[in-house]
Design a protein around this ligand. Structure first.
Ligand code: GLN
Length: 542
């Protein structure tokens, strides 16, 4: 039977709860256990699909097409297990399902209440579908004391009693701030946060304490005493140079040993950490460096491009170079000549994006890359903009545009309302709610034998994850191919362009999907590996 690990956060947000959960997952996996990670998000949105990436960070898309919290990306990258739509739940979704039931009359006249109806729904979600796992790690979003997280806290408290003894443990992640004037790390915020948890009936078994310097033994004892946690279970979580250091660092501090001890598992199998050690070695000892310009819209908030940044790092690891990212807001190119910004970079990447603002700048970035033989990687919107650029510059279709920006005379990119997924016809409405009108999740694509992209994948049949409303319009395919842009990848029914490339260019590829979502440190995505390799080549020339 699965054992449950509940991870809560305290003191402040952004302490890296998602990475801590993912790293613990990796450590348990390294000991041979089967691990599932799930996220409970207290906000009222049904999913983060409609939330601005500048507020919430990237929307992570699962194989089965759910729009989820970016922490699921960490879970996948650290454990290699593909998440699904049942791995992330929000208060909004719980309420939506509950209210639908209430309207149907399923509660037979009962008063529907937070306890037990909402908490029961949360518990049912947490316990569902875990037959194949030894450990289920559930991260609760937000921090202890948040009003909106209360039903989740209450539900996990109840589970501690519902499950057999040694069936569940609680880990609380806190922060010890360093107060410069006193020259000390302070335990009080941790004490307060644990007090808050205990007041709602949760006694943490393990404290994971973030600090920017080693925690002295006396302070650790103090937290142990005041928070009622064993001294060995007060674990220091120091800042590390890269997130991939975290599994090894937490292991060195005894996190996984304490977790197993809390479940009464003793002696525990030894963990195999070689692959993590290798990754850390690789990151620490690069043999060179490349600079990639990322020309996008939300360049101020790196969380909006979380998976992309990681995938580029993985590509660097595979080529033994460090990857320096030069973030450029595409709007700049609408005012200024891109040359001084782009002439020195070794590769140009235009990531996914939405809306007209900044699109002309992205088109100019693609133009620069094409004309100056700089490796170009266009992802989703970045592919669409490259197609518009090629249509204008190579095929003479001056009015080429996307219907995303309003009615277009030459709709190179347009809304498709029907497509095939396997043998089934799927439809989307042209109008309607923004939530749930996109092509989402994993789809197959067929790659032309002998094309560059097929060579990179080493295969002609691939599956990749999508998240977009618009498609490159295949009505222009012949004209563009005559002009030199090759549609190397198509959906299996031949209707939707999936990848484009310029055969006469050192490396110019656009993909309609998001390959960054499937890249992992120990399994870098072939496109990122190849793009960085091409950028390394380029760096030798400039
Ligand atoms: N805005 C574009 C579309 O909806 C691209 C989306 C994306 O880059 N993820 O098709």
């Amino acid at each position: 039977m699965a054992r449950y690990i509940f991870i809560t956060g305290g003191v402040v947000s952004s302490l890296g709860k998602g990475i801590a959960a993912a790293a613990l997952g990796a450590l348990l996996q390294a000991r041979g256990y089967r691990v599932r990670l799930r996220k409970l998000d207290p906000y009222l949105n049904v999913d983060p699909g409609t939330m601005s990436p500048t507020q919430h960070g990237e929307v992570f898309v699962t194989e089965d097409g759910a729009e989820t919290d970016l922490d699921l990306g960490h879970y996948e990258r650290f454990t290699g297990r593909s998440a699904n739509r049942m791995d992330n739940i929000t208060t909004g979704r719980i309420y939506m399902e509950l209210i639908a039931k209430e309207r149907r009359g399923d509660f037979l006249g009962a008063t529907v209440q937070v306890i037990p109806h909402v908490t029961d729904a949360i518990k049912a979600f947490v316990l569902d579908g875990n037959e194949d796992y030894d450990f289920v790690i559930c991260e609760i979003g937000g921090t202890a004391g948040d009003i909106e997280a209360m039903p989740f806290m209450e539900a996990i408290r109840q589970l501690g009693n519902d499950l057999p003894r040694h069936g569940a443990i609680y880990i609380h992640l806190t922060l010890m701030p360093f107060i410069a004037s006193a020259g000390e790390l302070k335990t009080k915020p941790t004490q307060h946060s644990v007090k808050e948890l205990r007041s709602i009936g949760i006694q943490p078994d393990i404290l994971l304490v973030r600090a920017d310097r080693p925690i002295p033994v006396e302070e650790r004892r103090k937290m142990s005493l005041f928070c009622n946690v064993r001294e060995t279970a007060v674990i220091q979580a120091l800042d590390v140079a890269t997130i991939y250091d975290v599994p090894v660092a937490y292991h060195a501090e005894g996190l996984d040993t304490e977790v197993l001890a809390a479940f009464g598992i003793d002696p525990a199998p030894k963990p195999k950490l070689e692959r993590w050690q290798q990754i850390v070695q690789g990151i620490r000892n690069p043999e060179g460096e490349v600079t990639i310009a990322v020309v996008g819209k939300y360049t101020g908030l790196k969380d909006a491009y979380k998976s992309l940044i990681e995938a580029l790092q993985h590509g660097g690891l595979a080529n033994r170079v460090s990857v320096k990212l030069d973030w450029i807001s595409s709007e700049v190119f609408e005012q200024e000549d891109p040359t001084p910004y782009l002439e020195r970079v070794n590769g140009i990447l235009v990531p996914g994006g939405f809306g007209e603002r900044g699109s002309e700048g992205k088109i100019l970035a693609a133009k620069f890359a094409r004309e100056h033989q700089v490796p170009y990687f266009g992802i989703c919107f970045g592919m669409q903009m490259a197609v518009i650029e090629a249509a204008r510059s190579l095929a003479g279709i001056e009015k080429a545009s996307s219907t995303e920006f309003g009615p277009a005379e030459e709709p190179l990119v347009g809304m498709m309302t029907e497509w095939m997924r396997g043998n089934e016809l799927e439809r989307r409405k042209g109008e309607g709610d923004l939530g749930g009108t996109m092509r989402l999740g994993s789809y197959r694509a067929s790659l032309q034998p002998g094309s560059r992209i097929a060579t990179i994948y080493g295969d002609t049949e691939i599956t990749e994850r999508h998240r977009h409303r618009y498609e490159v319009n295949r009505a222009y395919k012949e004209r563009l191919e005559e002009a030199g842009l090759s549609f190397a990848g198509m959906s299996p029914d031949g209707l939707l362009p999936e990848t484009i490339e310029l055969p006469d260019h050192p490396w110019f590829i656009g993909v309609q999907y998001h390959p960054e979502l499937k890249s992992r440190p120990f399994e870098p995505h072939p496109l990122f590996k190849s793009f960085i390799a091409a950028s390394v080549e380029r760096s030798r020339l400039v």
